[in-house]
Design a protein. Sequence first.
Length: 335
Amino acid sequence: MTEQNKTLIDQFGRKHDYLRISLIEKCNLRCTYCMPEHGIPLSPAKSLMTAEEIGKFAEIFVGFGVKKIRLTGGEPFLRKDFADIARLLAAFPVEISITTNGMLLDRNIVLLQDLGIKHLNFSLDTLKESRFLEMTRRTGFQKTMENFHLAIEEQFQLKINCVLMKGENDDEIIDFIRLTKDLPISVRFIEFMPFDGNKWNKSKLVSEAEILTQVEGEFGKANLISLPDEKNLTARKFKIEGFQGEFGIISSVTNPFCGTCNRIRLTANGRIKNCLFSNRETDLLKVMRADGDVEELILDSIYHKKAVRAGMDNMEKLSDPELHSQNRSMIAIGG
Ligand code: SAM
Ligand code: SF4
């Protein structure tokens, strides 16, 4: 293979240099939008990638030009060998970031600081304890909030992931934006996406227009500042005049950012997924364990990525349960 074709470019010319690795399928929360109440069928332990295998995959992807690796799950800090994996990956010339519900952050903070890992996506869907219990089906609100403040004190670059669902937490939009007044954080409102078993319904979506109407009503139209788009944008970004932080809207359902997508996903059981919405996966781990040609499979998977949301290019297709019901829950894919 020549250096030139060692770049992950798909049939539409999109270059892929951002890898999300799911470390684990298990979680200490049970968020209603993410997983069914009784959990999901877990892969047998021996079919999950070991720390060493994760390191080998990282090496291959870095060879393909990956510049950024996000660790996710399930809850990545639940993995017993998290420290070994983080150390292995920190040795590569990539930016490492973690998506976490924050419950176990305090136990890992020194490790992250030692390894120079500064970027955290912290999932928080409500600022109310009783609602946290409803939305996550678990206790842990106090710990989550303590760790949220700890991350700020320790100067992590913090993005808050807040999945909005109509009638459940859309009355907290303004409270979340108020957090950005004195805190240098980025709050990202995420549209509720359909996955197998999460009872998705179009009517539960909170649109960008609805969010902005609320914001303008509260802070005034003149104070709502639209920020420039980033290169591989995933969120349209805004801030309120005079506030330290910013907020963004991730509208993967109503207004997807597929045109500039640079993301690749590797599931905890070693399958590559070329799109979050795709129910097609290629088992790389099996091939790696048999000493097969993993690189060819990766190139092929990326090349055949569809232009928009795994082919669900309109709302009708997205709303068709047949088309998204085969797609594993976010917890098993790695968000
Ligand atoms: N447990 C970690 C956490 O919650 O941050 C990492 C894994 S979680 C699957 C990654 C992200 O996916 C979280 O920010 C979560 O809010 C988001 N997510 C899960 N299910 C979703 C859905 N149906 N729609 C939109 N976002 C979802
Ligand atoms: Fe767990 Fe994260 Fe899914 Fe919530 S969103 S159940 S914290 S994996």
